[in-house]
Design a protein around this ligand. Structure first.
Ligand code: ZN
Length: 320
């Protein structure tokens, strides 16, 4: 079976390829954690809600602050241990969004959302995964302060990788929400859709959350049937991407369909239609006559489309 590999596509896919060694065995070791936090080389990602704080040197930006710099921003709601990048201990520091707002006017700082950091290429690509890890984990803490079993206030333990309930003793672990994102393919064509929140020229892969009790393949087939009315057969996994908005994992697939007639669920998407490989090539190259575009290379949808355009023969062979 052919396997169009997203990770071997032209790079630019954001938040993947982490160089962090998570050192999970040290999460419960207070002595080791104190030594990591006190290491003068330690780097701290500072995040408040959707906003990431960057150091600003003219037009150059740096996401890792020293411990002293991070502490100077005010009391952290949580500090989480991300792991070791080489020998550098990395942490995430969660501030109240109000505390971040106060810092927005400072000329030596930039406060900006993580999507824009990736799209604008503001930091080195290898520093996007620790920011994604920190944002997803700190966001989980911000939304899980109370026990879902008994309602009591929970406490962070294990360097931020668990919250425990002192009342009923339940242990709560950070969650990751699986989202299937897929390209329905028939011969030389595939289906793209539009959400009302997209920029007016952009078309992308279909997507939706996997539901409880569903395999990835079942979720892919159900979402395609719901959104565009196409009955699908074989599902080919292409790759995945952490998507920390807030805590998703995008699971990228190509899926074969014999159906041709699209029936759009307007409550889910604004529009959908078939696109041929030649038209997609012009969109990827930003040379479409009507100015239509695909998502940028930071997003897995771009690479699902590119893999179809560049490896369509292998993919078709894989579906036979
Ligand atoms: Zn409880």
């Amino acid at each position: 079976m052919s396997r169009p590999q997203v990770e071997s596509s032209p790079s630019g896919l954001a938040y993947v390829g982490s160089r962090i060694e998570r050192a999970a065995a040290q999460r419960g070791d207070a002595t080791a954690l104190a030594a990591f936090a006190g290491d003068p080389r330690a780097g701290f990602c500072v995040i408040g809600g959707e906003v990431v704080l960057l150091k600003k040197y003219g037009e150059v930006f740096e996401p890792l602050f020293s411990g002293a710099q991070a502490r100077a921003f005010g009391a952290a709601r949580e500090t989480v241990f991300l792991g070791l990048m080489g020998e550098i201990p990395c942490f995430g520091v969660g501030l109240d969004p109000e505390a971040i707002a106060v810092l927005k006017g400072r000329e030596d700082l930039k406060a900006i959302d993580l999507r824009s950091i990736a799209v604008q290429g503001l930091v080195a690509p290898e520093l996007l995964p620790p920011l994604a890890e920190a944002k997803a984990l700190l966001g989980w803490h911000a939304r899980h302060r109370f026990c879902s079993n008994c309602g009591a206030a929970t406490l962070p333990v294990q360097a931020g990788w668990r919250r425990d309930c002192p009342a009923c003793k339940t242990e709560h672990f950070p969650r990751t929400d699986p989202v299937v994102i897929m390209l329905p393919i028939a011969g030389e064509r595939c289906v793209l859709g539009r959400s009302p929140r997209f920029p007016p020229t952009m078309w992308s892969a279909l997507a939706g959350f996997a539901e409880p009790g569903e395999s990835i393949e079942e979720a892919v087939r159900r979402e395609v049937l719901e959104e565009v009315g196409l009955v699908c057969a074989s599902v080919t996994y292409c790759g995945s991407q952490p998507w920390p908005f807030p805590t998703s994992l995008m699971i990228g697939c190509h899926v074969a369909t014999q159906s041709q007639s699209i029936v759009i669920d307007r409550s889910e998407i604004e529009d959908a239609r078939w696109f041929g490989r030649e038209e997609l090539k012009t969109m990827l190259a930003r040379k479409h006559p009507q100015g239509l575009t695909t998502p940028p290379p930071i997003a897995i949808a771009h690479h699902l489309i590119r893999a179809f355009v560049e490896q369509a023969d292998q993919i078709l062979h894989g579906q036979s």
